[in-house]
Structures are given as C-alpha cells and as structure tokens.
Ligand binder design. Structure first.
Ligand code: HEC
Ligand code: HEC
Ligand code: HEC
Ligand code: HEC
Length: 345
C-alpha cells in the first residue's frame, strides 16, 4: 500500500525525466586521434530529418552570357549591370524562389514600374546581392569554393529562419534573485543552458576577446575571469548547436586553447567568427534605417546573422552541396553602393 503510493510519483518522475532526453540509439563516430575520446555523437533518426531539410532546390538551366547587358537595357541597375539580359532574368527568377516564392516579383517590385526603388525589400535585396558576392569573393577562408547563395540563409523565406537581435537589459526581478547579468534563464540561443543568452553582441558584432586562458599569472596581466568565460561558453554552445556537432569537432578537450591539438575545423570556425562580425557590422546593422519598424528588434536594430543563419544544424550548410557553381553571377565582387544613398532614391 505504502510502497505503491511512492512508486507512482517515482514512475511519473522517471517518465518526465526520460522524455527530456533523446530516444536511443545514438551513433558515435571517431573524429580525432585514437584514445583522445574525440568522437561525434549522432542520432540517426534526427540526422535523417536534417538530411531532408538540407536538400537543395533544382537550378534553372544555364542561359547565354552574350547579347546585350542588363545595364544597357534596364533603367535602374546598379549592381548586376554586367550580366547579360538572359542571366539577369534567370537570377531574378532564382531570387524569387529563394526569398519570396509565395509573393513573387511583387515582393520587391512595383509591377507597374520595375525600375522603381519604392519597396524597401528591393533596396535590401540589392545590398544582399553585394553581401553575397562579398562572402563568396573575400571569405574563401571560410566558405571555400562551395560558397553561398540567397538560399543558404533564406530557404524560401523572406526572413531567414535564424536571425538575432540585441537583447534588452533584463528586468532585475525580485530582489533576492539579484542581477541576472544577461544569463540564468534557459535560452534557446545557447542550447537551453543558463549561459549568457546574447553572446552575439560582444563576439559577433563587437570584438571582445573570446580567449579565457590568460597567458600570464594572476593578478596583473591576466584580466580573464570566470564571468567572462561564461560568455565564451555561451558562444561555443551556440556554435556547437548551430553545426549539430560536439565540442570535440573543433577541440581536443585536453586543452581547449591549444591550436596544435585542435582539428582543422577550428581554424575554419575562427574565420567564420570574423566573417560573421564583418557581415553584421558592414552589411546588416547599417540596414536598420531601411527596414520598417516591425522588422526591427526591441532596441531598434536590424536582424543579424550568426552561425545558425547559414548552417541551420548542419556541419556545412546544405551538407556541403554548392549552389554557387550553378550561379556564378553571385561569385564576383559587387559594385559598392552606399545603403544611405540607395535609400534616398
Ligand atoms: C528579392 C527581391 C527581388 C525579387 C523577388 C525580384 N527582383 Fe527584380 N530586382 C531586384 C533588385 C535588387 C533589382 C536591381 C538590381 C541592381 O541594381 O543591380 C531588380 C531589378 C529588376 C529589373 C530591372 C528594372 C530596371 O529597369 O531597372 C527587372 C526587369 C526585374 N528586376 C525583373 C524582375 C522579375 C521579372 C521578377 C520576378 C520573376 C523579379 N525581378 C523579382 C530585386 C528583386
Ligand atoms: C548570410 C545570410 C544571408 C544571405 C546570404 C542573404 N540574406 Fe537576405 N537577409 C538576411 C538577413 C539576416 C535579413 C534580415 C531579416 C529581416 O528582413 O528582418 C535578410 C533580409 C532580406 C530581405 C528583406 C526581407 C523582409 O521581408 O524584410 C530581402 C528581400 C533579402 N534578404 C534578399 C536576399 C537576396 C536576394 C539574397 C541573395 C542575393 C540574400 N538576401 C542573401 C540574411 C541573408
Ligand atoms: C565549430 C568549431 C568549435 C566548436 C564546435 C567549439 N569551439 Fe570552442 N573555440 C573555437 C574557436 C575557433 C575558438 C577560438 C576563438 C577565438 O579566439 O577567436 C574557440 C575557443 C574556445 C575556448 C577558449 C580557449 C582559450 O584560448 O582560452 C574555450 C574554453 C572553448 N572554445 C570551449 C568550447 C566548448 C566547451 C565547446 C562545446 C560546447 C566548444 N568550445 C565548441 C571553435 C569551436
Ligand atoms: C554566410 C554563411 C555562413 C556563416 C554565417 C557561417 N558559415 Fe560556416 N560554413 C559556411 C560554408 C558555405 C561552409 C562550407 C565550406 C566548405 O565547403 O569547405 C562552412 C563550413 C564551416 C566549417 C567547416 C566544417 C567542416 O567539416 O569542414 C566550420 C567548422 C564552420 N563553418 C563553422 C562556422 C561557425 C562557428 C560560424 C559562426 C561563427 C559559421 N560557420 C558561420 C557558411 C557559413
């Protein structure tokens, strides 16, 4: 009698705990030297779903690159002027399926006058074309020859699935809780941990030092603290979950800081951090005045990119398949236009 009274809550408790975990079986794959414990843990069931999500859409057939140029035929072409009219039209069609498949050309254009820049979406899209070319031309240290297209981030949505905004300061809450200092709430941005939930502002917009190991003894010289390490761990947790990998994909846990013992992917990630900073400071953040109010964050900032914006759970976006090879028009460097002046038109 007494025992069964205790068993039921115990059983329900266990059920509750277990449903919070991933259903087995999971696979492990060796990733580093033998005996170092460097393995990747995969759940084949979740991997199958991810593989489906990362199929690439079919490209339109290639078109002739000769004939009159878009810059000669159209009225208001600032970036794509050197494309043939055929290539230009093919790119407009592709962009439509990548970014606004339901809304069509009208998402960016006044259909009565395609040359007009009256819709903010067209002004943003022009800057996006420049940004995409910049990534492909100047960030080969990260994206290699695989490169990116609009689809890498947008996947058929006007607003990519994963973007971030600056976080407003949290309410202090009840006095006995004290200052939460930007953490201590389960946040999806950091894998539902209680780590600082916006590691992006300091590290992917600002240039705060990510290293936590001081190279000199305390107290002088070593400004690194446990508090600071928590921000680094917030970023690292985001990086792991965005790529669907464990820490050992980039680190030998014998020493997190040692580059010598780290797999080569860590160097790619290092460049990825610098690339994300560059995209956020040079392209996305300055677009804030172009966006309507309802697209901005609580602090009035524009949506920005982090590792998840492109990777979306895969070790390489779209599992490493290149769409760029079918769209060389997005490979070259763009003509630099200024957002501000483009916006005034
Ligand atoms: C995601 C936004 C977007 C979508 C969707 C889009 N366009 Fe465009 N379109 C642009 C941008 C940006 C430019 C200007 C490019 C430049 O400055 O180099 C442009 C320019 C044009 C021009 C040149 C107009 C002129 O005289 O200056 C034509 C024609 C055009 N688009 C046709 C289309 C058609 C047809 C569709 C639908 C199949 C379409 N576009 C869908 C963003 C878009
Ligand atoms: C690195 C990721 C990335 C790539 C690549 C990218 N975009 Fe974007 N795009 C963004 C982000 C982030 C936003 C801001 C989301 C928002 O609108 O609030 C955005 C917004 C937009 C918007 C505004 C949508 C709206 O409804 O507010 C358009 C249009 C757009 N992008 C077009 C393009 C086109 C066209 C390309 C390819 C030439 C492209 N993007 C490539 C990340 C990207
Ligand atoms: C995709 C690759 C990648 C993954 C996954 C990753 N890291 Fe990192 N980690 C890096 C890179 C790159 C740096 C150096 C960043 C810099 O200095 O700009 C770094 C730095 C660190 C540091 C600071 C080391 C020092 O020099 O003081 C720690 C600690 C750390 N990572 C822990 C972790 C933990 C814990 C995880 C798993 C939750 C993790 N990392 C997952 C790439 C990764
Ligand atoms: C603009 C899109 C984009 C963003 C943003 C981005 N990546 Fe990548 N990343 C790529 C592409 C494309 C590749 C594939 C390159 C290749 O084929 O070698 C890649 C490859 C990688 C790899 C190599 C994987 C392997 O197995 O070789 C790592 C590690 C990585 N990214 C980490 C990161 C981290 C960490 C961030 C955030 C700080 C980040 N990426 C942000 C596009 C992006």
């Amino acid at each position: 009698m007494k025992i069964s009274n205790l068993l039921l809550p115990a059983f329900l408790g266990a059920l509750f705990l277990l449903t919070g975990c991933e259903r087995p079986p999971t696979d492990t794959v060796q990733h580093g030297f033998r005996g170092t414990g460097m393995v990747q843990v995969y759940n084949p069931r979740l991997l199958a779903i991810k593989t489906e999500e990362n199929e690439v859409p079919a490209s339109l057939p290639a078109v002739p690159t000769d004939g009159p140029k878009a810059g000669q035929v159209y009225k208001n072409v600032k970036v794509l002027g050197n494309l043939s009219v055929n290539e230009f039209t093919r790119l407009m069609l592709s962009m439509t399926t990548w970014v606004a498949p339901n809304e069509g050309c009208a998402y960016c254009h006044n259909l009565a006058n395609l040359a007009e820049d009256t819709k903010y979406t067209k002004v943003v899209a022009r800057r996006m074309i420049e940004m995409t070319r910049h990534i492909n031309a100047d960030w080969k240290t990260h994206v290699a020859e695989t490169g990116v297209t609009c689809y890498t981030c947008h996947r058929g949505n006007p607003v990519p699935n994963y973007v971030w905004f600056k976080e407003p300061e949290q309410d202090k809450g009840a006095d006995f809780i004290g200052d939460r200092a930007g953490q201590n709430l389960a946040a999806t941005s950091v894998g539902l941990s209680s780590l600082p939930s916006d590691p992006f502002t300091p590290f992917l917009l600002g240039e705060l030092d990510i290293r936590v190991n001081g190279s000199t003894a305390l107290p002088s010289g070593n400004r690194h603290s446990i508090k600071q390490a928590e921000w680094t761990y917030g970023l690292m947790t985001h990086m792991s979950s965005s790529l669907g990998v464990n820490c050992t994909y980039c680190h030998n846990t014998q020493s997190f800081s040692s580059w010598k013992g780290s797999p080569p992917q860590r160097a790619t990630a290092w460049h990825g951090i610098r690339m994300a900073r560059d995209l956020n400071t040079a392209y996305l953040e300055p677009l804030a005045p172009v966006f309507p109010q309802h697209r901005l964050g609580e602090l009035g900032d524009a949506a920005k990119a982090n590792c998840a914006t492109c990777h979306q759970g895969a070790y390489k976006p779209l599992n490493g398949q290149s769409m760029l090879k079918d769209h060389p028009q997005l490979a070259g460097p763009g003509v630099q236009t200024q957002v501000a002046s483009a916006n005034k038109k």
